[in-house]
Design a protein around this ligand. Structure first.
Ligand code: NDP
Length: 316
């Protein structure tokens, strides 16, 4: 069985920043990238709010830079998915299983598994997923060039994706369930100043229409109860995210939504030697820069844990 000092699960800004700090502290980190190497930023376009890029940068390029920096400093970045874990509550090493087979023993584990898109959970949405239904405008918008599409959600993601789609598609219907946006004022202004975006406030989705591919959406006005069908070719869902923490639920304390709880002013979980950073523990800020910040904290916490552990072993 392979034994490592520091195993990092996930390869978004949190995971790679943890890897950069752990590598520089000579912890020889091993990073498992997971199903979406580079994380959520690989499916965005321009990142304008990450400090250090005065002209902005494309999300995939930024994540490529994170990875290159981690590798240059000595991180061992591997393609693979951590499928289960056996954490030791009593201060021993932890077992991590990769792709259901490979077993690794880790002195410290840094969880940076991020979050995934939420769905409306309508049967028609599930049935047509991949055939006109998508949770990533940047990935799939291209397929609906010159067509009419709809996007659900009133947050920053929905506003950003609606603006993106408006450049490719002829018309974008934005379905917002409340009478106001949740998105920031800046994003709202962008949406409101885009002539081919029509915002339908107080509208909810009843059914995505179509047999093989999306042909329309049936919506209801939740004030007037009036229903209508809108012909569209693409249906995008942008209603937030769920933390990717299911494999840890038997071991770690979490809130009701699945965000892993940390001890105050740290990235420590309730198991010694297991740390968490990024969106897996943050439901408040959820930014690349805050994820990177907590990745740094996790590596520093892991380093301190290892040195204290070494100290107590030496003095035992
Ligand atoms: P949010 O949780 O902020 O917004 C989710 C939106 O989806 C809300 O309008 C919510 O409505 C709506 N919604 C949730 N469930 C349903 C449902 N079942 N049916 C219909 N609508 C639903 O998620 P985002 O992904 O937009 O943003 C997450 C975080 O990332 C935020 O902090 C955001 O600021 C940040 N972000 C920042 C960006 C940037 O700075 N460039 C870009 C993208 C995201 P309701 O308001 O009624 O709950």
């Amino acid at each position: 069985m392979e034994k490592v000092e520091c195993l990092i699960i996930g390869s978004g800004p949190a995971g790679y920043t943890a890897a950069i700090y752990a590598a520089r502290a000579d912890m020889k980190p091993v990073v498992y990238e997971g199903l979406q190497p580079g994380g959520q930023l690989t499916i965005t376009t321009d990142v304008e709010n990450y400090p250090g890029y005065p002209d902005g940068i494309m999300g995939p390029e930024m994540m490529d830079n994170f990875k290159k920096q981690a590798v240059r400093l000595g991180a061992d970045v591997r393609f693979g998915m951590v499928t289960s874990v056996e954490f030791d509550r009593n201060g021993g090493n932890h077992k991590v299983f990769v792709d259901g087979t490979k077993e690794i023993e880790a002195e410290t584990v840094i969880i940076s598994t991020g979050a995934s898109a939420k769905w409306l959970n309508l049967p028609s949405e599930q049935r047509l997923n991949g055939s006109g239904v998508s949770a990533c405008a940047v990935c799939d918008g291209f397929f609906y060039r010159g067509e009419d599409v709809a996007i659900v959600g009133g947050g920053d993601t929905a506003a950003e994706e609606a603006t993106y789609l408006s450049k490719i598609c002829s018309k974008v219907y934005m379905l917002v369930r409340k009478d106001h946006f949740r998105a920031s004022k800046a994003m709202q202004h962008k949406v409101e100043n885009t002539p081919n975006i029509e915002v339908l406030f107080n509208h909810e989705t009843l059914e995505v229409l179509g047999e093989q591919t999306v042909e329309g959406v049936r919506v209801v006005n939740n004030i007037t109860k009036e229903e209508k069908e809108i012909p569209i070719k693409g249906f995008f869902v942008a209603i937030g995210h769920k933390p990717n923490t299911d494999i840890f639920k038997d071991y770690l304390e979490m809130d009701e939504a699945g965000y892993i709880k940390t001890k105050p002013d740290s990235t420590k979980t309730d198991i010694p030697g297991v740390f968490v950073s990024g969106d897996a523990q943050d439901k408040v800020y959820r930014q690349a820069v805050t994820a990177a910040g907590t990745g740094c904290m996790a590596a520093l916490d892991a380093e301190r844990y290892l040195s204290m552990r070494g100290y107590s072993e030496e003095t035992a």
